[in-house]
Design a binder for this molecule. Structure first.
Ligand code: ZN
Length: 244
């Protein structure tokens, strides 16, 4: 496979198949001529997200012809060795609880840092400058590696260490969960909202279960609760589009 020429008009989206990264995918497709996706297999118990990734990509291409032309390759990187180091409630069967730092046991230490280093190495090979991720510090679950300060520092480190000009773009950083639904509507209307409801996956327990108005999931893990509340608040406020 020939390496593409460097392009400032290409983006690599950190894509888990969840709600946030699905909105980021649409955001990038609206802005960049070529958009590739990367997912990470770190032994997470919501391996069902891996299936959701394929379905979201397929449905986006089917329902948005203007984006289908831009949607490029998907990459899945094996980070199970990292998953074994950062063992937590996400990757093992421990109950979800708080540790002494006030961080939930779902926190995988350094996860976003590692993801971005791998994504940057891949982007270097693919000739891509923009790394797009769904990190968010507004409703954030107490994850310090989702903070913009952390990502600014990492962006500097990546550019120094790889002699590149990467940009770590985080379109959801300042948005609340209801606003993230509003952004989805602005980008792709109710068609995109419905696609994300039906095909993206967020539940920590990896349950699909019945289809709720806000999507599939167990309905009572922290990820389902956050997703359900965000959707219900957005719906109750009139399903407004949030122009990015
Ligand atoms: Zn759940």
């Amino acid at each position: 496979m020939a390496e593409p020429a460097p392009s400032s008009d290409a983006a690599l989206v950190l894509f888990s198949g969840g709600q946030d990264s699905s909105v980021c995918l649409a955001w990038a497709l609206e802005r960049y001529a070529r958009v590739e996706t990367v997912g990470f297999d770190y032994g997470q118990r919501h391996a069902i997200e891996m299936t959701a990734r394929d379905e979201v990509r397929r449905q986006v291409a089917a329902r948005f012809p203007q984006w289908a032309r831009r949607l490029g390759e998907d990459h899945v990187l094996d980070l199970r060795g990292f998953g074994a180091v950062g063992e937590s409630a996400l990757t093992t069967d421990r109950a979800i609880e708080m540790d002494v730092r006030g961080l939930p046991s779902t926190f995988v230490p350094g996860r976003n840092l590692v993801f971005l280093i791998y994504a940057a190495a891949l982007a270097d090979r693919r000739g891509i400058d923009a790394l797009v991720g769904g990190m968010c510090e507004t409703d954030f679950s107490g994850y310090p590696d989702c903070r913009r300060d952390t990502l600014d520092a990492l962006q500097t480190a990546l550019n120094l260490g790889m002699a590149r000009d990467f940009r770590v773009e985080t379109p959801l950083m300042r948005l609340t969960k209801p606003q993230t639904w509003g952004l989805a509507k602005a980008l792709g209307g109710e068609v995109l909202v419905q696609l994300i409801v039906e095909d993206s996956h967020t539940c920590y327990r990896g349950e699909r279960g019945q289809l709720h108005p806000w999507g599939h999931g167990c309905g009572d893990c922290p990820a389902c609760e956050l997703r359900a509340k965000g959707y219900e608040d957005w719906d109750a406020a009139g399903r407004e589009a949030l122009v990015p």
